[in-house]
Design a protein around this ligand. Structure first.
Ligand code: C5P
Length: 309
């Protein structure tokens, strides 16, 4: 039987500047996405009807991943099928290596991987730019895993420009046991800001210079997330994790996206191990992972059997 497996990376936002709420309910953003080396695999196989199953690495819970029409990978398969005039008769098996509901865009990675896998399985061979348009219809964070690396995101996050970046960065991720719903975090951000007049969101020159030169110290000092006060307001214990990372010499610490995962930048692999051990021993988070970035875009890692050409 024909099957294709695509692999897509997690992301952290090195900066997330949140502007005013727009008429469509979304917020105007200026963000820098950075793909890191945690991956979800989506295997698309021929089937009589659309079906989703989920597995994961041992330390990742999948309890809150829907397998019905709410699943973003299923919605991606349906959208691609509609767009190309096919039936979405496919079995999607998701293998999750990205913490779920953690602000690392695991669901978006699944959708991006499903687009790439189904496009190959069905022989529709769309250009990446067309997959990108479909991805943007699925969610603000879905296009980025199709680009990978490090990229500036504008609009609601879906308008991407690859960023000039050198070197590799070592990250430690403190993962909470329970997710934070993204809409709740944006709503809390609005509430905390009240009626304040907001400037146009923008990414700082300091961050872009740090990326161009591959300077981890400068990058650590340039990490910013406008959603962090809101995530910490809803989950005060995130502050403890941030303080602990700082105590252990992290070059910077930041809530990832809408949280609740907290990402720490280490000086190198040994320092990352030290921070990971300290966080693990403290019990401030459910689990700790290490990852490096930038990581590559969603890509096919395995294909078997005859496919439609
Ligand atoms: O696009 P996505 O489905 O990931 O967005 C989830 C929710 O996050 C939106 O419904 C909205 O509440 C919030 N959001 C926002 N502004 C953005 C992106 C997301 O308010 N730019």
């Amino acid at each position: 039987m024909a099957s294709v497996t695509a692999r897509a990376p997690a992301k952290i936002n090195l900066q997330l500047a949140v502007g005013a709420r727009r008429a469509d309910g979304f917020h105007e953003l200026a963000t820098v996405f950075h793909a890191v080396s945690l991956y979800d695999d989506v295997t698309a196989s021929e089937a009589k009807e659309l079906r989703v199953t989920v597995g994961s690495d041992r330390d990742i819970s999948t309890g809150d991943v829907p397998t019905d029409g709410r699943n973003l990978a299923a919605r991606a398969a349906i959208l691609l099928a509609e767009h190309t005039g096919l039936d979405p008769d496919v079995h999607l098996h998701l293998h999750k290596g990205i913490p779920t509901a953690g602000g690392m865009a695991g669901g978006s990675a699944d959708a991006a991987a499903a687009l790439v896998a189904c496009d190959a399985l069905w022989g529709t061979a769309l250009p990446r730019s067309e997959l990108h348009v479909l991805a943007a219809q699925l969610g603000s964070d879905v296009p980025f895993p199709l680009t990978g690396g490090t990229a500036v995101g504008m609009g609601r996050g879906e308008v991407l420009t690859p960023a000039l970046a050198r070197g590799r960065f070592e990250w430690v991720l403190a993962i909470a046991s329970e997710g934070l719903p993204t809409p709740d975090v944006y709503a809390e951000c609005d509430r905390l800001r009240g009626r304040r007049v907001l400037p146009e969101p923008r990414v700082t020159d300091g961050l872009m210079a740090a990326l161009r030169s591959g300077d981890a110290h400068a990058l650590g000092g340039a990490l910013r997330n406008d959603l962090q006060p809101a995530a910490c307001s809803l989950r005060p214990e995130l502050r403890q994790a941030l303080d602990l990372g700082e105590e252990h010499g992290a070059l910077g610490g930041i809530v990832s996206g809408s949280g609740p995962t907290v990402a720490f930048l280490a000086r190198g692999t040994e320092h990352a191990l030290d921070i990971a051990v300290a966080l693990g021993a403290s019990g401030v988070s459910e689990s700790v992972k290490r990852a490096s970035g930038p990581a590559p875009a969603a890509r096919i890692v395995e294909a078997a059997g005859p496919r439609r050409i």
